[in-house]
Structures are given as structure tokens and as C-alpha cells.
Design a protein around this ligand. Structure first.
Ligand code: HEM
Length: 487
């Protein structure tokens, strides 16, 4: 190992200052991913920088990703996350776990539930819930579009995971879980971030205690909110993912660990999809000409006399191109989820040490000039002209790639198809919000000024008729889904 260290340097990058690293080189008015991408342009497909004591290695081309993450499985572990993994989720949330027998056992169960077969069954639930979503948009026309989107994904989550549906926006708001993701983000407090950047602080009692107390509060609220729901799902005659996972007793999990697995699934199915749908809706408003083309295509293929079905999706290339381009331009997780090496290795003569954080820069990969002409432009047509373009990058890589990617994609296509069919989307009073909210690691486009209106009374009548006539009890879909998965 010593020889390896002497032989190969860390990947190139901006010169760090002692103790704080490159922190001061981030520009206040520029998104983190833009600054890092400029460094990648300067230093190459593998570059590195330091934030405090931690080395961060950034991969920024399709080739580098293929070589380092897909062909080299040792780079698919997770870095040590003291704050979010050890303090907040007590090393019980599988997505943050390093590669180990424990992670592998959980992952096997996850793959038995989340795969291409279940994506098909879940698509039926997504379609039914999208009809309910249109109905709720008519009934609660004063709610923010983001509330409707959150409720749509919450309903998919509670149906698939627990076998129940939480209903309308107002019901969803009174359900504590609606804000669970926000609480989680709020619990990732400064103390957690600080110990990750300066692990030595772990040993300073005040900092550690503060971090732990915020983590404990969140952990306790998970216990309160989940215990009953899990019990109900387990006792219900209806199949649900929670019931199926419980029967498999994932890797001999404790009750706390099982609850935390539920939370992960809830975030994975709900929070990510809801943020990505919101970004697509924001794109639909800021690129209204392109969105109208999607609507014209739906009008041609489906017409106003019926709602789109899952079978229609295959005949809507403009919709697919719009979704791909929206993901390319605004991937909600510009850096995916960080990876780490299980053992030290090298790429292009540079060292990848075990304690480095490896960031796949999905935002930059989606702009690789070799593949994407005018990369900053929103041009869905590029996907129609060249169906062999790579990506778009959104769901990670290698053995850690998102197992729910097909379900995620189906959800985006279904909900956007139904919304485009039934509703026009505009900015309130023509006021445009700034194109980008600067967050640290999540790319969220603003949606609060978006207004929606039903396209015609024919559409309105059909939305009401379809939802009121549909069977909103998902039991039979779920039981069929369960048997198709062999449960
Ligand atoms: C638009 C929606 C979604 C996005 C953007 C997304 C993105 C991601 C990303 C970036 C990762 C990490 C990949 C890596 O480390 O390389 C991941 C992991 C994961 N995703 Fe998704 N995902 C989405 C939807 C879903 C859905 C619908 C499910 C389940 C039905 C799901 C289940 C998971 C799970 C269980 C993991 C953890 C894998 C591990 O243990 O490391 N995701 N997702």
C-alpha cells in the first residue's frame, strides 16, 4: 500500500488550503455542481478536491463512470457518513451502508420486491393514483402544485408499501408522514455535517451530544409513526411490500432496523419521485412550447374522450423525449449518492484511497459535449433524432444502481401524461421565478408560482367520472402483484 501511495498521486484539482481545504473556492451565487463541473473541465474526467479533512474524487464523463464504477465493483461501497448514517439513522438505513454481508442480505430482499416484474404491477397503482391526482387537482384547485405532487407520490407509497391509500391533500397533510422527508432534512443539522467534515469533532462531547439529541428526536418520531402502520400492514389480508418484506425477516433485522428500511423505501419511492416530477412540471412551464407539443401528441394519440392508459405510453415519443430532457437538464441528485472504495485502487494513474468520497457528477455527465450538442439548451428533439444517446444520468451506477429505476421512470411518464392530457400549466400572472434554487446537494426547481387549469369541460367531466367510477380499493391489484412476485 505504501508503494502504491508513493507511485500514484491523488487526481488533480484546485490547490487546497490547510484545514479548510477548497471550501473558499466555492462561489456563493453558483450552484455547487456548476463550480465542481468547471473544475472537471479544467482538471479532467477524474479530479479531486478537499472539503476540510475529506478528499472528494469527482467522476465527470460516461467513460470514467463506466471504468471506475461499473467495471470496478470495489468502488461501490459507501463513505463513512457519521452524521446521516451513524447519528441519524443509527447505521440502519441500507442506502448508507458500506458493502457488507448485512447490506447484501437486505439488497437481495429489496431486489425480490423491486424489479421489472413489480414495476409492471406498481404501474397499475401509479395509473390509478394519477387519476385520483387529477381529480384532486380539480377539487382542491387552490393548493400548490407541489402539494398535489407530494400527495400523489405519498398515495403510491402508502398503497404499495402498506396496502392503504391516504386520500386527498388535506387528509395527507394531517398524516404526520407527509412531512417526514422535510423532518429528515431538517434533522441533518450543522453538527452532523461538521463531524463528517472534521471527524475529530466526534470526540468533542458538546458537538456529539447536540447531533445525537437531534438524531434521537427524529428516530423516536419514526418509532411513533411507523409501529402501528407496520402492524396494520402485517395483519391485513391484502398483500403489501411491508408484509412481504416482514415475512422474509430481512437479514434477521431488529424492529428498529425494519422501520428504518421502511423509511428508506418511503423516501426512495416517494421523496425522489416527487422532487423529479416537480422539476419536470417546472420545465413544462419554462419550456411551454415543448410542453404544448407533448399535449398535441397526447391529443392526437389519445384524444379528449378517454384518459391515457399504460398502453398509450409506447406511442408517445415526445413525452418520453420531454421526460429524458427534463432529467438531463435538472437531475434532482446532481451527484447521485456518493460511493467509496473497499480497497485502494487506481484510475488513469491516479489513486482512489479508501477514505475518499467518490462523487459521480451526473449533472456534468448529462452535459458531456461529446454526446450533447448545446448542452445547456432544453431540446427534447435530441432524443428523437438520436435514440442512442447515453443516459440521462439520474439513478446512479454499478451494483448500487437504483433498483427502483423502472418504477421511477414509469411514475414520471404516467403522471406527466395524465397531467398534460388534462391540465394547462402556467406561471401566475406571467411572473417567472428564477430558473434555479441553489441547494447544496439537491437540485430543486421552484414551483410555487405555477398555476394549473383544466383544459376543457370535456376533460373535467371525464376526470370526475373516471375517478368516481374507479375502484379505489387497491387490494386486488396488490394481491395480483404479490402473486406475480411469487408471494
Ligand atoms: C425519480 C426517482 C428516483 C431517483 C432519482 C432515484 C435515485 C437513486 C440513486 C441516485 C440511488 C443511489 C445509486 C448509487 O449509489 O449509485 C438510489 C438508490 C436506491 N433507490 Fe432509487 N431513485 C428513485 C426512485 C426509486 C424507487 C421508485 C425505488 C423503489 C421502488 C427506489 C429504491 C432505491 C433503493 C432501495 C436504493 C438503495 C440501493 C442501495 O442500497 O445502495 N428508488 N436511487
Amino acid at each position: 500500500e505504501k508503494q502504491l501511495q508513493q507511485r500514484s498521486p491523488l487526481p488533480p484539482g484546485p490547490t487546497p488550503l490547510p484545514i479548510i481545504g477548497n471550501i473558499l473556492q466555492f462561489k456563493r451565487k453558483q450552484a455547487v455542481w456548476e463550480t465542481i463541473s468547471q473544475w472537471s473541465d479544467q482538471y479532467g474526467p477524474i479530479m479531486s478536491f478537499k472539503v476540510a479533512s475529506r478528499t472528494i474524487i469527482v467522476l465527470s464523463t460516461n467513460q470514467a463512470i463506466r471504468d471506475v464504477l461499473e467495471k470496478t465493483p470495489v468502488n461501490s461501497s459507501r463513505p463513512r457518513f457519521i452524521g446521516v448514517n451513524e447519528n441519524l439513522t443509527r447505521s440502519m438505513m441500507p442506502i448508507f451502508l458500506p458493502i457488507s454481508d448485512k447490506w447484501k442480505a437486505i439488497h437481495r430482499v429489496q431486489l425480490s420486491l423491486v424489479n421489472s416484474r413489480s414495476a409492471k404491477g406498481i404501474a397499475e397503482i401509479q395509473l390509478l393514483t394519477a387519476k385520483q391526482h387529477l381529480f384532486n387537482m380539480l377539487e382542491n384547485a387552490n393548493y400548490d402544485i407541489a402539494d398535489h405532487i407530494n400527495r400523489f407520490t405519498s398515495n403510491v407509497v402508502s398503497t404499495v408499501l402498506f396496502g392503504t391509500n391516504i386520500g386527498s391533500v388535506s387528509q395527507a397533510k394531517s398524516n404526520g408522514k407527509f412531512g417526514l422527508a422535510d423532518q429528515f432534512i431538517a434533522s441533518i443539522c450543522v453538527e452532523h455535517a461538521l463531524v463528517d467534515l472534521f471527524p475529530i469533532l466526534e470526540h468533542i462531547p458538546g458537538v456529539a451530544r447536540l447531533g445525537a439529541s437531534k438524531g434521537n428526536a427524529w428516530f423516536e418520531s419514526i418509532r411513533q409513526q411507523y409501529t402501528e402502520d407496520i402492524q396494520r400492514a402485517i395483519n391485513s389480508p391484502t398483500w403489501s411490500m411491508i408484509k412481504a418484506a416482514h415475512q422474509q425477516k430481512i437479514g434477521g433485522m431488529s424492529e428498529d432496523a425494519f422501520r428504518m428500511w421502511n423509511v428508506e423505501m418511503e423516501f426512495a419511492l416517494g421523496m425522489t419521485s416527487s422532487m423529479m416530477i416537480a422539476n419536470l412540471v417546472a420545465m413544462a412551464v419554462s419550456h411551454s412550447h415543448e410542453f404544448r407539443q407533448v399535449q398535441s401528441e397526447i391529443d392526437r394519440v389519445v384524444g379528449p374522450e378517454r384518459l391515457p392508459t399504460a398502453d398509450d405510453l409506447a406511442h408517445l415519443p415526445r413525452l418520453h423525449a420531454f421526460v429524458k430532457e427534463g432529467i438531463r437538464v435538472a437531475p434532482i441528485v446532481p451527484f447521485s449518492v456518493p460511493h467509496a472504495a473497499v480497497e485502494e485502487n487506481e484510475y488513469m494513474g491516479y489513486r482512489i484511497p479508501v477514505d475518499a468520497i467518490i462523487l459521480p457528477n451526473q449533472w456534468h455527465i448529462n452535459r458531456e459535449p461529446k454526446y450533447f450538442e448545446d448542452p445547456a439548451e432544453f431540446k427534447p428533439q435530441r432524443w428523437i433524432d438520436n435514440p442512442n444517446l447515453p443516459g440521462p444520468a439520474l439513478v446512479g451506477y454499478g451494483i448500487r444502481i437504483c433498483p427502483g429505476r423502472q418504477t421511477a421512470n414509469n411514475g414520471l411518464l404516467i403522471v406527466l401524461a395524465l397531467m398534460a392530457w388534462g391540465f394547462d400549466l402556467n406561471h401566475a400572472g406571467g411572473v417567472k421565478e428564477p430558473p434555479n434554487v441553489l441547494e447544496t446537494l439537491i437540485m430543486k426547481l421552484p414551483t410555487s408560482s405555477i398555476r394549473y387549469s383544466c383544459r376543457s369541460s370535456v376533460h373535467r367531466d371525464l376526470i370526475q367520472k373516471e375517478w368516481l367510477a374507479s375502484d379505489d380499493d387497491p387490494s386486488s391489484i396488490l394481491n395480483t402483484l404479490g402473486s406475480s412476485l411469487g408471494f
